[in-house]
Ligand binder design. Sequence first.
Ligand SMILES: [Zn+2]
Length: 88
Amino acid sequence: MTRTRSLDCPTCQGMQLFRLLNREEKAAVRAERGERLPVDNLWRCTAEGCLTYYPHLRKTRGLLLPERFRLTAGETGGTEGGGGTAGA
Ligand SMILES: [Zn+2]
């Protein structure tokens, strides 16, 4: 199940399709910002090349996922990462 919704992206400057962070993205955010950070309601922009994420209902500027989560054409649109190779 992939949940998406249209939210205003401060980086793309317009409405974009956002989806909840996947497991790898949540882990990366926690590694950066602290293990106790609530990550279950964080949404990321799925526009090509955009790394913006923020808590739903609390739009924040300047929150960016690590570079490795940058989406390329073909990965956009909220496809769920398999995660099978995590930690390999
Ligand atoms: Zn964006």
